[in-house]
Design a protein around this ligand. Structure first.
Ligand code: FAD
Ligand code: UDP
Length: 367
């Protein structure tokens, strides 16, 4: 008999399992995939740590969370500075003085602000209600057309007018010559990859891989006093209020033998509408690798269908309203904790997942 059955060996489930173990609780963690780590899983290929589910850069402003994650790995000094490729023209991201200079030839922040102000006024946006209006209001129409519209519409498979404004607010807009993609105080990549973090968290915990909770739900529920569920919330309730929408991704990974440096940067975004992938990741650059070969991954977005991996919740009004109904049911389940990106239907980053898991731990163990 276990104290907790944890469904999902991703970051949320693993933080919970680690903390429960520290308190003398017995946990079984299961995952339907063949590996631990969920979407932060990295695998070493040709001496390079490959981010199997897309680029993962750890960043946080919260010292407590930074100190917490540093217990499980040493982090390097990597700073994410993606480059955008729009039909062969290259721009620095996030939107900053380097981007504005390349686009308009402006040199001072005042000139850049004036340019954006002119474009915002011409578009007549005062109270942005969706991603398109929010983007134009932040950076003007030129940047929206070249660096946002195409990327966003292929990433999300919907017109930018139908997407929530908060998605674009993830990206900084800066009037300094600073290409750091994040504003957070702490940032880096764990030396040796992310899987090592999860391995440490799950040391001495029973793990069963290739086990889908729904294939043996009754038996699995019986072997523990409580369940921590990190899968899709609508699936848990048999989709009774409908199917929540997600975006999925296909990752095409290639080992390149003929070069040791394919694109000169870890992340290059293709912001035109026609290129079918959104970004190309060159994994070695996350760790300043000096291997003879290199490995790249192209990310192809698609609408999620049952049987595929759900990566991004689509937090528009329809789906958020449906989620609220599931959340009410979830709140009424006394012996089940729902957590993580899928069960909370939230566009969480890693530091937010750790934060949310630690809040649950405090509630659960009364500290
Ligand atoms: P998951 O990692 O999804 O783990 C859930 C686990 O549950 C999965 O392993 C799944 O197989 C398992 N599971 C589901 N259903 C069942 C079932 N029925 N039975 C058994 N097991 C089940 N965050 C950052 O901070 N920085 C980044 O740069 C960043 N980049 C990202 C890039 C991409 C492409 C994506 C998709 C996400 C990115 N994130 C990033 C977010 C980060 O991946 C998540 O915050 C984090 O991995 C979520 O952890 P989780 O445990 O909630 O979910
Ligand atoms: N985005 C964009 N152009 C870019 C990069 C991002 O328009 O070159 C938009 C797009 O809508 C994306 C959102 O900003 O979904 C958030 O970007 P982020 O890099 O945070 O996405 P993630 O890493 O979560 O996929």
């Amino acid at each position: 008999m276990y104290d907790y059955l944890i469904v999902g060996a991703g970051l949320y489930g693993s933080v919970f399992a680690y903390e429960a173990k520290q308190r003398g609780k017995k946990c079984l963690i299961i995952d339907k995939r063949h590996h631990i780590g969920g979407n932060i899983y990295t695998e070493e290929i040709e001496g390079i740590n490959v981010h199997k589910y897309g680029a993962h850069i750890f960043h946080t402003n919260n010292k407590r969370i930074w100190d917490y994650v540093n217990r499980f790995a040493e982090f390097n000094r990597y700073t994410n500075s993606p480059v955008a490729n729009y039909k062969g023209e290259l721009y620095n991201l996030p939107f900053n003085m380097n981007t504005f200079n390349k686009l308009w030839g402006v040199i001072s922040p005042a000139e850049a602000m004036q340019k954006i102000e002119e474009q915002r006024n011409a578009a007549g946006i005062t109270d942005p209600k969706n991603l398109e209006e929010q983007a134009i209001s932040l950076v003007g129409t030129d940047i929206y057309e070249k660096l946002i519209k195409g990327y966003t519409e292929k990433q999300w498979g919907r017109p930018a007018k139908e997407l929530p404004a908060f998605i674009i607010k993830r990206l900084p807009v800066r009037f300094t010559y600073d290409n750091n993609y994040f504003n957070d105080r702490y940032q880096g990549i764990p030396i040796g990859g992310y899987t090592g973090i999860i391995e440490k968290m799950l040391e001495d915990i029973d793990i069963r891989l290739n086990v889908d909770f729904f294939e043996d739900r009754d038996e699995l529920t019986k072997i523990a006093k409580k369940v921590v569920y990190t899968g899709m919330i609508d699936q848990y309730f048999d989709y009774k209020f409908g199917v929540l929408k997600y975006r999925s991704l296909q990752f095409e990974t290639k080992v390149l033998d003929d070069t040791d440096n394919h694109q000169g940067n870890a992340v290059v975004n293709y912001t035109d509408r026609e290129t079918p992938y959104t970004r190309v990741i060159e994994h070695k650059h996350f760790e300043f690798g000096t291997q003879d070969k290199t490995i790249i991954t192209e990310e192809y977005p698609s609408e999620w269908e049952p049987g595929e991996e759900p990566y991004y919740p689509i937090n528009d009004d329809i789906n958020n309203d449906m989620f609220k109904k599931y959340k009410e049911l979830a709140d009424g389940e006394p012996n089940v904790i729902f957590g993580g990106r899928l069960a909370n239907y939230k566009y969480y980053d890693m530091h937010q997942v750790i934060g949310a898991a630690l809040v649950t731990v405090e509630k659960e163990f009364g500290e």
